[in-house]
Structure formats: C-alpha cells, structure tokens
Design a protein around this ligand. Structure first.
Ligand code: NAP
Length: 271
C-alpha cells in the first residue's frame, strides 16, 4: 500500500514517442482513464513527461507535461535535482541521440537511476530489398541509382540532406510542414501514424513510387510501408540507428519499465 507520509516518487519520462505515452498512462492510470489495473509501482507516484516542443500540436500523455529543452546535460541534471526526480526514463525516439546521451550524463551527475525504453529495430525478411546506410547523407547518395520517385519518411528535420537531388521527385510525409532547404521537386503529405497497409499500398501506387527512404524507427505503427514496398518490389533505403549511450540499461516495452520502477522503489523502501 502507498505510504501516506512519504511524498510521491517523482518519475521523469523523456518522451515524444508512443512508448512514452503508454508508460505515462500505465503509471498515472487515473489521468489516462485506463480501464485495466496498471502494472505500476505500489507507492504514490508523480509522473512528468518532457517533450522537446518540435511538433506544433503534440499528442499529450497522462500526468504532468513540460515542454522545451533543458539546456544540455547540465540543465537536465539541474532539473532533476530541483524537481527531486527519483527515476529518469529515456523513452525518446531511437534517433533522438543527443537527448539520450544528455540523459546518461545528467543521471550520472545527479545520481538518479536511469532506464532507456528502446523499441526493437526492424529486420529485413524474404523478398525485401534493403540498402542499409548509416546517415541521411549516405541515403541521399544511394538514391539516384535506385529510383526517380522517392517516398521520404525520415521526417521534416533532415530534408536539407536531400535538397541537392534536383533530378528526383519526392513525396515527403511529415507531421508538420517542412521548411527550406528541401528538394525542389516534392509534394508534402501532412500525416502521422499509425498507417495501414491498405493506405501505404495506395500511396505507392498513386504516386508511382520506385524507392522508399526510412529510418529504422522500429515499432508497428509505421511498419506497413515496409510490407507495401516488399509487395510492390520497391527498394528501401534504411538508415541504421545511432548507438545509444554506454552503460544504460535498456528495455523494449513500457511495461518492463514500469516493472523496473516497481523493483527500484520497493528496494529503496526496504532500506
Ligand atoms: P535530439 O536531437 O536527441 O535532441 C536535441 C535537443 O532537443 C536536446 O539536446 C534537447 O535540448 C532537446 N530535446 C530532445 N528531446 C527532448 C525531450 N524529450 N524533452 C526535452 N528536450 C528534448 O532530439 P530529436 O531527434 O530532435 O527529437 C526531439 C524529440 O522528438 C524527442 O523527444 C524524440 O523522442 C521525438 N521524436 C524524434 C524523432 C526522430 O526521428 N529523431 C522521431 C519521432 C519523435 P537541450 O539540450 O536544450 O535539453
């Protein structure tokens, strides 16, 4: 049972992903209106999710929300101390590399336990034609040999890497409208996942796409495009993930993070 005398344990979730929203909902079930009993720790919790502020109208998680950068690892360490954070969960996107490294540094400085939630990456199956690269620049360099009509799903922030490809036509899908520099010949599709297989097939057909570019984001919400590409014989340029920071424990699912918190707080209670 929660100890009424103790202030709630404060969990900071670095968010901007489905996993972060699922974890916040599991930890703050009243706020999410969750019908199922959540696998949350038994002690009273205060849950804050931090968003970078990149998306104009983000999907908001349950619990408290703060928006905007912290000011590097030092700023994050200060925030952890000033807000008496008991545990830090890095549930950011696998390509949000800077904040993940900042989290590792800040957690070590402020002596706050840190766990990362990292969804598994995608793996090619029979029939896939994948070209794996390590950066958007490498993806851009690979494109002219692969096709002329590109479906670009790497987000609006990296469009500058493709801006010099004046001979190619791009279908760019992003949540908010991109700003220049971007490829001169492009159509923008403002949308956010999850996407259906039917929908992705129709997009490839309607725009006569002959090559797809994606980050290895993992997760099912945006995986249908890979199946649609395989079916249509469309090659896929897959940008590999950056390595996460060393020494940070990682789980794949929000439920495992809730379990980790339960273990952390019950171990602390027994001391
Ligand atoms: P990033 O390059 O790793 O981080 C750049 C800076 O943005 C960080 O140094 C930090 O600023 C701030 N920041 C990032 N995530 C933050 C968070 N959750 N709360 C507060 N500040 C944050 O990050 P990014 O790739 O631009 O991604 C930004 C956000 O979008 C992340 O929350 C991520 O989960 C989400 N997202 C990213 C992608 C992607 O492909 N990269 C896709 C979907 C969602 P300070 O140094 O000032 O603290």
């Amino acid at each position: 049972m929660p100890d009424a005398a103790r202030p709630p344990r404060h969990v900071l979730i670095l968010g901007g992903t489905t996993e972060a929203r699922r974890l916040a909902a599991a930890l703050a079930p009243e706020a999410a209106g969750a019908p199922e009993p959540a696998p949350a720790p038994e002690c009273a919790l205060r849950v804050t999710t931090s968003l970078a502020g990149r998306v104009a109208a983000p999907r908001l998680p349950a619990g408290e929300v703060r928006i905007g950068g912290f000011g590097g690892p030092e700023g994050l360490a200060r925030w952890l101390r000033e807000h008496a954070v008991d545990a830090l969960i890095d549930a950011t996107h696998p390509f949000a590399d800077t904040i993940s490294h900042n989290a590792a540094l800040a957690a070590a400085t402020a002596h706050v336990p840190l766990l990362a939630v990292r969804r598994p990456g995608w793996v090619p199956g029979p029939g896939d034609t994948w070209h794996q690269v390590t950066s958007l620049d490498e993806a851009a360099a690979a494109l002219p040999a692969l096709g002329a009509r590109v479906f670009l799903t790497t987000g609006r922030m990296g469009l500058a890497h493709f801006a010099h490809l004046t001979e190619l036509w791009f279908l760019v899908r992003s949540v908010d409208a991109p700003e220049p520099p971007h490829p001169p010949r492009m159509e923008v599709l403002l949308d956010r996942g999850p996407f259906t297989l039917e929908g992705e097939r129709a997009l490839l057909r309607a725009h006569r796409i002959d090559v797809l570019v994606t980050k290895d984001s993992g997760a099912s919400a945006t995986a249908a495009k890979l199946t649609a590409a395989r079916e249509a014989g469309v090659p896929v340029v897959v940008v590999r993930r950056p390595p996460g920071p060393d020494g940070v424990p990682v789980v794949e699912e929000p439920e495992a993070a809730a379990e980790w918190l339960r273990g952390l707080f019950s171990a602390a209670d027994s001391h």
